[in-house]
Ligand binder design. Sequence first.
Ligand SMILES: [Fe+2]
Length: 180
Amino acid sequence: MDPIKIIQKYYDPKSVSYYFLVKHSEAVAKKAVEIAKRLKNPDIDLKFIKEAAMLHDIGVFLTDKPEIDCYGDKPYVCHGYLGREILKKEGFPKHGLVCERHILTGLTVQDIEDQNLPIPKRDMVPISIEEQIICFADKFFSKNEEFLTKEKPIEKIRMEIMRFGKDKVEVFDKWLKEFQ
Ligand SMILES: [Fe+2]
């Protein structure tokens, strides 16, 4: 499969949203593949990591995020599960799970209830090693000019995640030891 071809079904290649999505996804894919190669675990599916990292944010155009040229009617936090729905429809349900499970360090039903998030009540936590690596790599980049392709400092990532709970930072710190 060609992730860019799928992205181009939903985004105009000349649009600003396409620019941010593709640049961001390329940065995440590059870092995720580097991590996976470094782990030297023959069970890790590198091709899947590259494809799924390119597609993990495909749902953003359905959300309201003018800064990145997205004018959908859903809150931004919905882009994960919406991306899953798109990729399921495209025939890539496993890639879809990466979309749904990459928000913060994953969201549990408890998180969704406690924070009253407007998303379906099911666990959306990265399970497979590929899902975890992509979720981790994503935390180093933002869809803004400053950290589009340049990695954020670890302390900045930790502070951003801390707002959503100490347990989220603990997961990130565990991944730091395993992956970085
Ligand atoms: Fe995302």
